[in-house]
Write a protein that binds this ligand. Structure first.
Ligand SMILES: [Ca+2]
Ligand SMILES: [Ca+2]
Length: 446
């Protein structure tokens, strides 16, 4: 029976888990092992493998409906085809990859993001939700924050706070970086800041606010900024919050909420904080010109494959299903279905021809809130190359999603007692896992 049920419960990637998390914390906080081992058993999750959208979707038109979904209740195979072609992207996966998590640092205050600056240094930048960016370099966590804007960040809600940082593609010369945070009044703020001359710290007074989005509820704030391979700045925005998108923002093209946005900040100034890229998709005459993709609930973490430019958007579900969406490089203009669809299922309506289904979903028996990761393009774990990693906030599972001809293989990579708030990718393509309880791990070969 596929009757949509609008439950009054607010699904919230942290709050509804508060009790569980506290219980987990009380059990685990004192006994975190330094090195975590791999679970090599095949995935026990119910995986739904879906045919992928055509990789040549026209950027200015809605996607054609995807091929009919093929649902499988069996465990996926562990050996992807070596002949994966056109769509999804060809993988260079050379076999099983055995990995473990190596703890780099703990004792952090709710880390939610990690990245590097792209300027040739070994510094890792770690975002703490309350409003600080810390630097970690070859074994040392620096006491002085790179950036401290706790004074203007509202982190009172479970999903509010300083949510991401991204460095200018020309950071080495211009010293600019961009952050998204929740303002004291609850609005979503995207700002540019300047690093100091030595690049060791930043000037908290250098803020140039680029985009402020009114946000009606404390949850579903998206907040991840990334530069695409096209040099444009992308921002994932949640549907505003509450539960069941009561304002219908995700399908409203006159709202910036529940969307992927794309803007040009290369000439940002007070007079003109950003411009609209000339090749943004057209969602209609009245649509906001910043829109790149619509129909998202809370695209908390997404990423571009640094080799192909393909975009993977993990969209946090409501009460039943978590999903990962695959967007071939340059395919703006897609509609990911929320709130009519949750994963591959009906939520408040029928599937429309213009909707793009996720490539994988998992039910809440296997987690509560998807945390998108990255396609591995590093050198240390050859068996993982071309594989997309993602995880779950509640159960600490990390899956690997591998292209296999016209479909995808989904397998459990490992499972540990982590509250996975984010993954991180460094400049060489190596990956990290952030435990919201306070630690950062590097994914290394076993
Ligand atoms: Ca919100
Ligand atoms: Ca969807």
């Amino acid at each position: 029976m596929k009757t949509a049920v609008l439950k009054p419960k607010a699904h919230n990637w942290k709050s509804w888990l508060g009790l569980i998390s506290l219980a987990m914390l009380s059990l685990s906080a004192c006994t975190l092992p330094r090195v975590r081992t791999t679970v090599t058993a095949p995935a026990q999750i119910r995986v739904t493998i879906v045919a992928t959208p055509a990789p040549t979707a026209n950027p200015t038109t809605a996607a054609s409906p995807t091929a009919s979904a093929a649902t499988s209740d069996t465990n996926p195979t562990a050996s992807p085809s070596a002949q994966a072609t056109a769509s999804p992207p060809a993988a260079a996966n050379t076999g099983p990859a055995s990995v473990r998590l190596e703890q780099l640092v703990d004792g952090l205050d709710e880390p939610v993001y990690l990245t590097q600056a792209g300027n040739g240094t070994s510094v890792l930048y770690i975002v703490e939700q309350a409003g600080k960016v810390l630097t970690y370099d070859t074994g040392t966590l620096n006491e002085t924050p790179f950036l401290d804007i706790v004074d203007r960040v509202n982190s009172s809600g479970n999903e509010q706070g300083l949510l991401s940082i991204v460095f200018s593609p020309n950071y080495k010369s211009d010293g600019f970086f961009f952050v998204n945070y929740t303002a004291k009044n609850g609005d979503s703020v995207t700002s540019r800041f300047s690093a100091n001359e030595d690049r060791q710290t930043a000037d908290a007074d250098s803020e140039l606010v680029l985009l402020t989005i009114e946000d009606p509820y404390g949850n579903h704030n998206g907040g991840l900024l990334k530069f695409g391979p096209d040099g444009m700045l992308y921002l994932g925005m949640g549907d505003g919050g509450s539960a069941g998108d009561p304002q219908n923002n995700a399908q409203d093209t006159q709202s910036l909420l529940g969307k992927m946005l794309r803007i040009d900040v290369s000439k940002a100034s007070e007079a003109e904080p950003y411009t609209i890229p000339s090749d943004n998709p057209n969602f209609g005459d009245d649509a906001k010109p910043e829109l790149w993709a619509v129909g998202l609930r809370n695209p908390w973490r997404y990423s571009f494959d640094r080799e192909t430019g393909d975009l993977y958007i993990a969209d946090v579900g409501q009460n039943a299903y978590e999903e990962v969406n695959f967007q071939p490089a340059g395919s703006g203009g897609l509609n990911y279905g929320w709130k009519l669809r949750e994963g591959l299922e009906e939520y408040s309506g029928d599937k429309q021809p213009q909707f793009t289904d996720p490539v994988v979903e998992y039910p809440h028996a296997d987690g509560c809130s998807v945390t998108g990761g990255y396609v591995y393009r590093g050198k240390a774990i050859p068996g993982l190359v071309g594989t997309y990693l993602y995880g779950d906030y509640c159960q600490g599972t990390i899956w690997k999603l591998t292209p296999n001809g016209d479909s995808w293989n989904n397998e459990e990579l490992l499972k540990d007692n982590l509250r996975i708030s984010s993954f991180g990718e460094d400049d060489s393509g190596e990956l990290y896992v952030l435990d919201h309880s306070g630690a950062v791990y590097k994914i290394v070969a076993e």
